[in-house]
Write a protein that binds this ligand. Sequence first.
Ligand code: FAD
Length: 171
Amino acid sequence: MSSIPTGTEEKKDEGKVLPGGKKIVNGIVYDADGKPCRTCNDMSALFAMGKKSKKPLPPALPKDCPPDVAQLGRSSWTLLHSITATYPETPSQSLQTETSAFLRTFGKLYPCWVCAEDFQAWMKVNTPRVSSRSEFGMWMCEAHNAVNVKLGKKEFDCNRWDERWRTGWKD
Ligand code: FAD
Protein backbone atom coordinates (compact mmCIF):
# COMPACT_ATOMS: atom_id res chain seq x y z
CA MET A 1 0.00 0.00 0.00
CA SER A 2 1.27 3.42 -0.88
CA SER A 3 1.68 5.90 1.94
CA ILE A 4 1.77 8.89 -0.41
CA PRO A 5 -0.92 11.38 0.66
CA THR A 6 -3.76 11.58 -1.84
CA GLY A 7 -5.32 14.70 -0.34
CA THR A 8 -8.53 12.86 0.49
CA GLU A 9 -7.49 11.68 3.97
CA GLU A 10 -9.37 13.21 6.86
CA LYS A 11 -7.13 15.87 8.39
CA LYS A 12 -6.77 15.67 12.16
CA ASP A 13 -7.02 19.15 13.63
CA GLU A 14 -5.59 19.38 17.15
CA GLY A 15 -7.40 22.72 17.42
CA LYS A 16 -6.79 25.79 19.50
CA VAL A 17 -7.28 25.44 23.27
CA LEU A 18 -8.14 28.69 25.00
CA PRO A 19 -8.09 29.80 28.63
CA GLY A 20 -10.89 28.23 30.67
CA GLY A 21 -10.94 25.06 28.57
CA LYS A 22 -12.78 26.55 25.60
CA LYS A 23 -11.47 25.37 22.24
CA ILE A 24 -11.85 25.58 18.47
CA VAL A 25 -11.36 22.31 16.58
CA ASN A 26 -12.02 21.80 12.85
CA GLY A 27 -13.81 25.15 12.77
CA ILE A 28 -16.25 24.16 15.54
CA VAL A 29 -16.23 26.33 18.69
CA TYR A 30 -16.57 24.40 21.97
CA ASP A 31 -17.52 25.78 25.37
CA ALA A 32 -15.56 24.94 28.52
CA ASP A 33 -17.95 22.00 29.19
CA GLY A 34 -16.75 20.36 25.97
CA LYS A 35 -20.06 20.90 24.12
CA PRO A 36 -20.30 22.87 20.85
CA CYS A 37 -21.19 26.49 21.59
CA ARG A 38 -24.58 26.98 19.94
CA THR A 39 -24.38 30.78 19.73
CA CYS A 40 -20.83 30.61 18.30
CA ASN A 41 -21.44 28.09 15.50
CA ASP A 42 -23.44 28.05 12.31
CA MET A 43 -26.00 25.25 12.52
CA SER A 44 -24.91 24.04 9.08
CA ALA A 45 -21.46 23.32 10.55
CA LEU A 46 -23.08 21.44 13.41
CA PHE A 47 -25.31 19.54 10.96
CA ALA A 48 -22.21 18.52 9.02
CA MET A 49 -20.66 17.32 12.26
CA GLY A 50 -23.89 15.48 13.14
CA LYS A 51 -23.72 13.56 9.85
CA LYS A 52 -20.42 12.07 11.00
CA SER A 53 -21.78 11.09 14.40
CA LYS A 54 -24.41 8.42 15.12
CA LYS A 55 -26.93 11.07 16.20
CA PRO A 56 -27.81 13.16 13.12
CA LEU A 57 -29.31 16.57 13.78
CA PRO A 58 -32.57 17.70 12.14
CA PRO A 59 -32.13 19.16 8.63
CA ALA A 60 -33.26 22.69 9.57
CA LEU A 61 -33.32 24.82 12.69
CA PRO A 62 -36.95 25.24 13.84
CA LYS A 63 -37.96 28.89 14.37
CA ASP A 64 -38.54 28.47 18.10
CA CYS A 65 -35.13 26.96 18.86
CA PRO A 66 -32.26 28.82 20.55
CA PRO A 67 -30.37 30.91 17.96
CA ASP A 68 -27.18 29.89 16.22
CA VAL A 69 -24.42 32.39 15.41
CA ALA A 70 -26.09 33.65 12.20
CA GLN A 71 -29.56 34.12 13.64
CA LEU A 72 -28.15 35.83 16.71
CA GLY A 73 -25.99 38.03 14.49
CA ARG A 74 -28.84 39.17 12.22
CA SER A 75 -31.04 40.03 15.21
CA SER A 76 -28.19 41.82 16.97
CA TRP A 77 -27.21 43.91 13.94
CA THR A 78 -30.87 44.84 13.50
CA LEU A 79 -30.93 46.10 17.08
CA LEU A 80 -27.56 47.87 16.88
CA HIS A 81 -28.21 49.62 13.54
CA SER A 82 -31.73 50.55 14.69
CA ILE A 83 -30.23 52.14 17.80
CA THR A 84 -27.97 54.27 15.59
CA ALA A 85 -30.94 55.16 13.35
CA THR A 86 -32.93 56.55 16.28
CA TYR A 87 -29.93 58.18 17.99
CA PRO A 88 -30.21 61.99 18.33
CA GLU A 89 -28.42 64.21 15.82
CA THR A 90 -26.99 66.16 18.74
CA PRO A 91 -26.81 63.84 21.76
CA SER A 92 -26.14 65.21 25.23
CA GLN A 93 -22.75 64.54 26.80
CA SER A 94 -24.35 62.14 29.30
CA LEU A 95 -26.05 60.13 26.50
CA GLN A 96 -22.73 59.88 24.68
CA THR A 97 -21.09 58.53 27.85
CA GLU A 98 -23.93 56.05 28.40
CA THR A 99 -23.78 54.91 24.77
CA SER A 100 -20.05 54.21 24.99
CA ALA A 101 -20.63 52.30 28.24
CA PHE A 102 -23.46 50.32 26.59
CA LEU A 103 -21.17 49.29 23.73
CA ARG A 104 -18.45 48.16 26.15
CA THR A 105 -20.99 46.09 28.11
CA PHE A 106 -22.55 44.74 24.89
CA GLY A 107 -19.08 43.67 23.77
CA LYS A 108 -18.56 41.78 27.02
CA LEU A 109 -22.00 40.15 27.14
CA TYR A 110 -22.41 39.22 23.46
CA PRO A 111 -23.50 35.55 23.63
CA CYS A 112 -21.04 34.31 20.97
CA TRP A 113 -17.82 34.51 22.96
CA VAL A 114 -15.47 34.22 19.98
CA CYS A 115 -17.38 37.07 18.29
CA ALA A 116 -17.33 39.08 21.53
CA GLU A 117 -13.56 38.78 21.93
CA ASP A 118 -12.94 40.02 18.38
CA PHE A 119 -15.50 42.81 18.74
CA GLN A 120 -13.88 44.01 21.97
CA ALA A 121 -10.45 43.96 20.32
CA TRP A 122 -11.82 45.89 17.32
CA MET A 123 -13.38 48.50 19.62
CA LYS A 124 -10.04 49.01 21.39
CA VAL A 125 -8.54 50.18 18.10
CA ASN A 126 -11.73 51.77 16.74
CA THR A 127 -13.13 53.74 19.67
CA PRO A 128 -16.91 54.20 19.34
CA ARG A 129 -17.82 57.50 17.67
CA VAL A 130 -21.03 58.63 19.33
CA SER A 131 -20.96 62.42 18.93
CA SER A 132 -23.85 62.44 16.41
CA ARG A 133 -26.29 60.09 14.67
CA SER A 134 -24.34 60.18 11.41
CA GLU A 135 -21.00 59.48 13.15
CA PHE A 136 -22.49 56.66 15.22
CA GLY A 137 -24.27 55.12 12.22
CA MET A 138 -21.08 55.22 10.18
CA TRP A 139 -19.04 53.72 13.02
CA MET A 140 -21.55 50.87 13.43
CA CYS A 141 -21.45 50.23 9.70
CA GLU A 142 -17.65 50.02 9.87
CA ALA A 143 -17.92 47.62 12.83
CA HIS A 144 -20.30 45.41 10.84
CA ASN A 145 -18.02 45.59 7.80
CA ALA A 146 -15.07 44.42 9.92
CA VAL A 147 -17.07 41.26 10.67
CA ASN A 148 -18.17 40.96 7.02
CA VAL A 149 -14.51 41.04 5.95
CA LYS A 150 -13.53 38.51 8.62
CA LEU A 151 -16.25 36.16 7.32
CA GLY A 152 -15.28 36.71 3.68
CA LYS A 153 -18.50 38.61 2.88
CA LYS A 154 -18.96 41.67 0.68
CA GLU A 155 -18.51 45.02 2.40
CA PHE A 156 -21.59 47.21 2.71
CA ASP A 157 -21.45 50.76 1.29
CA CYS A 158 -21.48 52.79 4.51
CA ASN A 159 -22.70 55.90 2.66
CA ARG A 160 -26.02 54.03 2.48
CA TRP A 161 -26.35 52.88 6.10
CA ASP A 162 -28.98 55.58 6.69
CA GLU A 163 -31.11 54.35 3.76
CA ARG A 164 -30.85 50.73 4.90
CA TRP A 165 -31.66 51.35 8.56
CA ARG A 166 -33.52 54.69 8.86
CA THR A 167 -35.17 56.22 5.81
CA GLY A 168 -35.60 53.29 3.43
CA TRP A 169 -34.00 53.07 -0.04
CA LYS A 170 -34.13 56.12 -2.26
CA ASP A 171 -35.87 55.40 -5.57
P1 FAD B 1 -25.80 40.14 8.54
O1 FAD B 1 -24.32 40.31 8.43
O2 FAD B 1 -26.35 39.73 9.88
O3 FAD B 1 -26.47 41.52 8.10
C1 FAD B 1 -27.88 41.76 8.20
C2 FAD B 1 -28.23 42.86 7.21
O4 FAD B 1 -27.50 44.03 7.54
C3 FAD B 1 -27.81 42.55 5.76
O5 FAD B 1 -28.79 41.84 5.10
C4 FAD B 1 -27.55 43.93 5.17
O6 FAD B 1 -28.75 44.47 4.64
C5 FAD B 1 -27.15 44.75 6.37
N1 FAD B 1 -25.71 45.01 6.44
C6 FAD B 1 -24.68 44.20 6.12
N2 FAD B 1 -23.52 44.79 6.37
C7 FAD B 1 -23.81 46.00 6.88
C8 FAD B 1 -23.02 47.08 7.33
N3 FAD B 1 -21.70 47.04 7.32
N4 FAD B 1 -23.64 48.19 7.78
C9 FAD B 1 -25.00 48.27 7.77
N5 FAD B 1 -25.79 47.28 7.36
C10 FAD B 1 -25.20 46.15 6.91
N6 FAD B 1 -20.49 35.67 13.01
C11 FAD B 1 -19.46 34.79 12.92
O7 FAD B 1 -19.61 33.74 12.30
N7 FAD B 1 -18.24 35.09 13.49
C12 FAD B 1 -18.02 36.24 14.19
O8 FAD B 1 -16.93 36.48 14.72
C13 FAD B 1 -19.11 37.16 14.33
N8 FAD B 1 -18.97 38.30 15.04
C14 FAD B 1 -20.05 39.11 15.23
C15 FAD B 1 -19.91 40.23 16.05
C16 FAD B 1 -21.02 41.02 16.31
C17 FAD B 1 -20.88 42.23 17.22
C18 FAD B 1 -22.29 40.71 15.75
C19 FAD B 1 -23.50 41.57 16.06
C20 FAD B 1 -22.42 39.63 14.91
C21 FAD B 1 -21.32 38.80 14.65
N9 FAD B 1 -21.41 37.68 13.82
C22 FAD B 1 -20.35 36.82 13.70
C23 FAD B 1 -22.64 37.40 13.04
C24 FAD B 1 -22.47 37.91 11.59
O9 FAD B 1 -22.05 39.26 11.55
C25 FAD B 1 -23.79 37.83 10.79
O10 FAD B 1 -24.83 38.44 11.51
C26 FAD B 1 -24.20 36.41 10.44
O11 FAD B 1 -23.15 35.77 9.75
C27 FAD B 1 -25.45 36.43 9.52
O12 FAD B 1 -25.09 37.13 8.34
P2 FAD B 1 -26.08 37.59 7.21
O13 FAD B 1 -25.31 37.45 5.94
O14 FAD B 1 -27.38 36.92 7.32
O15 FAD B 1 -26.35 39.16 7.44
